[in-house]
Design a protein around this ligand. Structure first.
Ligand SMILES: [Zn+2]
Length: 506
């Protein structure tokens, strides 16, 4: 490649492969068959039309081949999560991993921002793109008898990684798992899913259970129903009753903005990969029996909603809606995507019942966050869980998740909102309330202020005095110090240097 066409100013460095196969986790290098290991890279990614992002991502790495393998499903989920706040309009667009950024420069960029020139100075373009050819072992259509193949060999690929050809083999376990759960009338236990997939195609991977568990857990459409079973999210949504607060006066509304749970009920495949994704308009019945359609519209920042159709506006304006009134959306049949809309005046609603329902939803959300302590929960991960576990199948719709979810997540030490979501009250001014902390972690919980922890030793306190404490004897005489390098046997390029004074005791 001519020098001028490079983005990065460092010499091109790694090979890169995007793994498109959710049931192949690349534990061995597809090029040399040596063991790979997980390693974090700062990947520079171009997203059409004009986004350039550096994303910290743990990938599989073969140090022999200098090959980075990123799993497509993970990478796209992170990109979607990333752009959900920053620029939802580009979610689903074609993207390309251009190169790797030196990690120190990336961290500095995160803190202080970075110009394009600074970024280029610390970027190495990808040296070579590889495609992973992978055919799961064992099952092929009768007219296509083939010897079972192992993953690999990798071969050079074109630059665009975004429009991959579908995997060749017919036994795609991810697809089969989706098919089985989609076609079952009732939610299934894992054992039942396993049995039904096995009946369609013998699972011949090394660890069949792990293969299927992986396929189940990666899916956004297959959801735990809370009783040990897994169901098809679009079907589980049926019967949900949801509230859309009306945010403008009767003259002001040009679009209806949806809270998370309403968007997810109307478009459960919002975050799904393109193959299963569906953002087509939602058919909605008006109270007088007529049908209208709500197209999914991006309303700026991280807001999604609909600009709806003339017959909808004619109906709504006829009611003279005011700020504080609500639209009530009912999922008549989630799998067939049939919904109904009704109108509720603020004065007509049963405030006590709405408050009780909101408290119920808040508790269910807190429970979900608490059970996921090992991962930090993002606000839009909560709604699908609540919809799948039937929390909204009650006649009275609660206040939207967004009215309290930021407080809940902040109290759990996780996500905090970017400004600009919706017309709801902004982020709370004060710190998280003690009652939220107690809701999440039980009575008597104190809020630990990470900015100024009460038990921080003096040496660590921010300010000019911050630094290691000198041994008392250094005041009297020079003291020998030893540097111990601790290396990681499996990850040779990971080490820590520890400096110890000669008189250090344990
Ligand atoms: Zn290799």
């Amino acid at each position: 490649m001519p020098r001028s066409k490079r983005f990065g100013q460092l010499p091109p460095r790694y090979r890169f492969a995007l793994n498109l196969h959710a049931d192949y986790r690349a534990s061995r290098c597809p090029r040399c068959n040596r063991l790979t290991y997980p390693r974090k890279f700062a990947l520079l990614i171009h997203v059409d039309p004009d986004e350039l992002r550096v994303l910290g991502k743990t990938c599989k790495f073969c140090s022999h081949c200098q090959l980075i393998i990123a799993h497509q499903d993970e990478l796209e989920a992170e990109l979607a999560g990333h752009f959900q706040q920053a620029r939802p309009g580009v979610i689903g667009n074609a993207y390309l991993v251009l190169g790797t950024v030196e990690k120190a420069a990336w961290r500095k960029g995160l803190k202080q921002g970075q110009t394009l020139d600074e970024l280029r100075a610390h970027t190495a373009d990808i040296k070579e793109y590889l495609t992973i050819e992978y055919e799961p072992v064992g099952w092929f259509p009768a007219d296509e008898a083939k010897a079972p193949a192992q993953p690999g060999p990798a071969r050079p690929a074109g630059r665009r990684a975004a429009a991959p050809k579908p995997p060749r083999p017919a036994a795609n376990y991810t697809e089969l798992v989706h098919q089985v759960v989609r076609e079952a009338a009732e939610p299934l236990s894992f054992a039942e899913i396993f049995e039904r997939v096995e009946a369609l195609a013998p699972i011949t991977t090394k660890n069949p259970k792990a293969t299927l568990r992986n396929a189940v857990s990666q899916s956004r459409l297959i959801r735990p129903t809370g009783d040990g079973r897994y169901g098809w999210l679009p079907r589980l949504i049926t019967g949900a009753v949801l509230r859309v607060p009306f945010e403008a006066g009767s003259a002001g509304a040009r679009a209806i903005r949806f809270p998370y749970e309403v968007r997810d009920a109307l478009w459960p495949a919002f975050f799904e990969v393109q193959k299963r994704g569906d953002r087509s308009p939602a058919p909605v019945q008006l109270p007088d029996g007529r049908w209208t359609e709500w197209p999914l519209d991006h309303l700026g920042q991280s807001n999604w909603g609909t600009r709806a159709a003339p017959e909808f506006w004619a109906w709504l304006r006829g009611l003279g809606p005011r700020r504080g009134d609500s639209l009530i959306v009912t999922a008549l049949d989630g799998a067939a995507r049939r919904f109904a809309v009704a109108f509720e005046r603020r004065q007509a609603r049963d405030e006590a019942a709405v408050a009780a329902r909101t408290a119920e939803i808040k508790l269910a959300a807190a429970e979900f966050i608490r059970k996921r302590q090992h991962v930090s929960t993002l606000p839009w991960e909560i709604a699908p869980h609540l919809l799948a576990t039937g929390c909204y199948r009650r006649p009275v719709p609660p206040e939207p998740l967004e009215t309290f979810v930021a407080d809940l997540l902040k109290a759990s030490g996780g996500w905090s909102p970017a400004p600009g979501r919706g017309g709801q009250a902004g982020p709370p001014e004060a710190g998280p309330g003690e009652d939220l902390a107690e809701l999440l972690f039980g009575p008597g919980t104190a809020v630990y202020d990470v900015g100024a922890p009460p038990d921080l030793p003096a040496e660590y306190r921010p300010g000019p005095a911050r630094g290691p404490r000198l041994a008392r004897s250094t005041a009297e005489r020079p003291l020998a110090a030893y540097t111990l390098r601790v290396t990681h046997r499996a990850y040779p390029d990971v080490w820590r240097d520890l400096q110890l004074a000669a008189e250090q005791t344990l």
